[in-house]
Design a protein around this ligand. Structure first.
Ligand code: ACO
Length: 374
């Protein structure tokens, strides 16, 4: 529907801000298409490295291109010692997302060419952030539990090394496939709040690090990526499938928003949640532990019958990550380390055909007042 002059769309709902060749969401089907491929086709067929390449370059890599890309990402995994020193010095009570935001900002201060915005420099910095953010997340996870950060293992793939740096163990095939799929699923999602934030900053011709810091600042909020922590905490609070009905009824009666439910665009179902629900059930069955899945399923049924609200991507991603050993406090950081791939594509697209993003406000304040000098 065309926007009428001076019509306010609260929360920019339904406003089309850009043309983009990166991804498309259709909330009615519902579907998510990335660079022409349906998310259901992508998951299980593309690794995170392939997904990142697809996002950055617009097409799938040939086998040689993938080998080169993989080697380049590996060569960029190390983070400067001063960033590791910062991670060690920060109070343990700090929010992990605030720590990540500051560490990325610090990378920008250390990069003597942070302001160089030609296509090649931008691309190198974005690849570097895709490679380094997992190292930062893993280092802070280990420092928080009193362990020394692990060096990246260059013999391992992106996800395998990431898992290893967090847990100190090499993941078995099932765990690795699940973790890699989570990163792939979260990699890109059109013009959501954090992607928009990245594009707004890039639109001012600021630097890449500032743009990504804006994305991190936005995604950490509980209405956006931060909902994954909220989802897991909610499942813990519910405690058992039997408690789900009362919990959901009480929450709705108190007009509370349940984390992991609802979506601005997908009103009939989030295709990512469908995939993650299948994967979580599969993991629960294979580990003979359906505790979290049973609670989640019952609460989903209650939400459907009482308010017809769908689970979003975060709802089943939370128990899945919990199954494979990620603590709640790390979950939004994991989401961020995946979404950097999508942000990178949008930063490149914004920079490639930039126009300053500058919407208007409809003024509803006072008018005609005069200053009276005493
Ligand atoms: N729990 C309970 N009720 C909800 C929820 C929820 N999670 N989400 C929406 N509703 C209700 C609203 O109260 C409203 O009800 P009403 O018509 O009776 O007043 C109705 O559904 C429509 O909701 P809106 O607030 O208009 O939806 P909006 O598009 O503004 O918000 C949002 C979308 C922010 C995602 C919201 O659903 C929410 O807060 N969800 C919980 C947080 C969350 O899971 N966020 C992650 C989103 S996905 C991502 O970013 C990774």
């Amino acid at each position: 529907m065309a926007q009428k002059d001076n019509e306010v769309r609260e929360g920019l709902e339904g406003v089309v801000a850009f043309e983009s060749t990166i991804s498309h969401i259709d909330g009615t089907v519902p579907e998510l298409v990335v660079r022409g491929y349906d998310i259901n086709d992508i998951v299980g067929n593309l690794t995170f490295e392939q997904m990142s390449y697809l996002l950055l370059f617009g097409e799938l890599p040939s086998s040689n291109q993938l080998t080169d890309f993989d080697a380049e990402l590996k060569s960029l995994r190390q983070v400067p010692k001063s960033v590791l020193a910062f991670l060690s010095s920060v109070p343990k009570s700090s929010e992990p997302m605030s720590v990540l935001r500051t560490a990325v900002s610090m990378l920008g201060c250390i990069d003597s060419e942070s302001g160089l915005n030609d296509q090649n420099s931008v691309l190198i910095k974005l690849k570097s952030l895709i490679a380094k953010i997992p190292t930062i997340v893993a280092a802070q996870a280990r420092i928080n539990v009193g362990e020394t950060p692990l060096q990246p293992d260059l013999s391992l793939s992106h996800s395998s090394n990431y898992y290893y740096m967090v847990t100190g163990e090499v993941a078995d095939e099932k765990t690795l496939n699940a973790f890699d799929a989570v990163l792939v699923i979260y990699a890109e999602h059109e013009i959501n709040a954090s992607t928009f934030a990245c594009r707004v900053v890039m639109g001012t011709e600021s630097d890449i690090y500032s743009s990504v810091v804006a994305g991190i600042s936005a995604i950490k909020g509980p209405l956006h990526g931060g909902a994954i922590d909220g989802s897991m905490n909610m499942l813990k609070e519910i405690g058992s499938a039997e408690n789900a009905e009362n919990y959901v009824k009480d929450a709705l009666a108190q007009k509370r928003k349940l984390p992991g439910f609802g979506h601005r665009v997908y009103r009939a179902g989030d295709p990512r949640a469908h995939v993650l629900k299948r994967m979580t059930l599969d993991l629960a069955n294979s580990r003979n532990d359906s505790h979290w899945f049973d609670i989640a399923l019952e609460a989903e049924k209650q939400m459907a019958s009482l308010k017809s609200i769908i689970p979003n991507v975060d709802y089943y991603a939370a128990p899945l990550l919990s199954h494979i050993g990620f603590p709640v406090i790390l979950m939004t950081n994991v989401v961020t380390s995946a979404r950097i791939a999508g942000w990178s594509a949008h930063i490149l697209e914004q920079y490639g055909k930039n126009r300053l993003i500058r919407p208007r406000a409809k003024y509803t304040g006072k008018s005609g007042l005069k200053i009276h000098k005493p």
